[in-house]
Design a protein around this ligand. Structure first.
Ligand code: SAM
Length: 285
């Protein structure tokens, strides 16, 4: 089936069945968050990880990326390590592990104390099919912008001689952002639209990745799109999208969000949508 027929739609179904219908090398970028270790049942699903990963490899274009946002459950006192096992499987089938990034939550859910630190992050693995073809890096201000630092400020760790004095004067205004990205979860108006889903990721996270790894006009796939955060962000940024989810209910939320049907969204979650100030939770002992 031509990929054109799926463009800018939310498809209700098992992603394996749907992606099998896509042509080879038809997707520019994938951004998704799979179900984690059966932590949630959602609306009943089956998650055949390995065949899905292979289908992603077949359908992603050379130079395209898969951003896989994932975390591990703790079962019988040990983290499962599923995230790492999945990352190694992606590598085994031909992807490069391009970047292991961290999604840090500014307002992590308080947890029962069990002799370990409160979990406040998820992995965002960036797998690439060959050498990455698009990287539009996010920039942040340099702490010492404009200062004339002398050459000894930088240590030269490489074997080759570097002209450090030239690198340091003056310090640039901006530098490329690091790979730990921090977001408030579920507090912003645009994220509250997803209240009918138990585990949406923040719209800002989706926009940051889509901006980074694709260009306007590209096709972004979320094979487990839940409330449609990826699709909404892709549309906002002038990309095309395909969202897939096994739950008809989540697909409807995804369609309402992507199409910006505000009133129907409010009826769906039975709440007027409003901004909630971000807050930091602490564990009470
Ligand atoms: C972690 S949630 C994704 C949340 C999403 N990123 C958002 O912002 O709303 C995982 C989703 O995968 C869906 N799912 C599980 N197995 C699936 C499959 N085989 N095909 C398609 N969707 C599936 C679940 O219904 C659930 O909505």
């Amino acid at each position: 089936m031509p990929i054109q027929d799926f463009k800018n739609t939310i498809v209700n179904g098992d992603c394996l069945d749907i992606i099998r219908q896509f042509e080879n090398q038809s997707i520019d970028m994938v951004l998704t968050s799979p179900p984690y270790d059966n932590l949630r049942t959602y609306k009943g699903y089956d998650f055949p990880f390995r065949p899905i990963a292979r289908e992603l490899f077949r359908t992603v274009k050379d130079g395209g990326v898969v951003v896989w946002v994932v975390s591990d459950a703790t079962i019988d006192g040990t983290e499962t390590g599923t995230s790492f096992k999945q990352a190694m499987f992606f590598k085994d089938i031909g992807f490069k592990i391009h970047d292991t990034m961290i999604f840090r939550k500014r307002n992590p859910i308080p947890q029962i104390y069990r002799q370990r630190y409160n979990n406040e992050f998820e992995y965002m693995f960036v797998f690439s099919k060959g050498t990455v073809s698009t990287h539009n890096p996010l920039m942040v201000p340099c702490l010492h912008a404009g200062l004339e630092l002398n050459g000894t400020t930088y240590k030269n760790y490489s074997k080759h001689e570097q002209r450090r004095a030239k690198m340091a004067k003056p310090v640039k205004d901006e530098k490329i952002k690091g790979n730990i990205w921090e977001y408030v979860v579920g507090k912003n108006l645009e994220d509250q639209e997803a209240k009918g889903h138990p585990a949406p990721f923040p719209c800002e996270l989706a926009r940051d990745h889509i901006h980074s790894w694709s260009n306007p006009g590209d096709l972004v796939l979320d094979p487990m799109c839940g409330s449609g955060t990826t699709c909404k962000a892709a549309k906002q940024l002038g990309r095309n999208y395909i969202g897939i989810d096994t739950s008809a209910e989540y697909c409807e939320i995804a369609r309402l969000r992507t199409e910006g049907r505000q009133e129907e969204m409010e009826q769906q979650i039975q709440l007027p949508l409003r901004e909630t100030p971000g807050e930091l939770f602490t564990i009470e002992t």
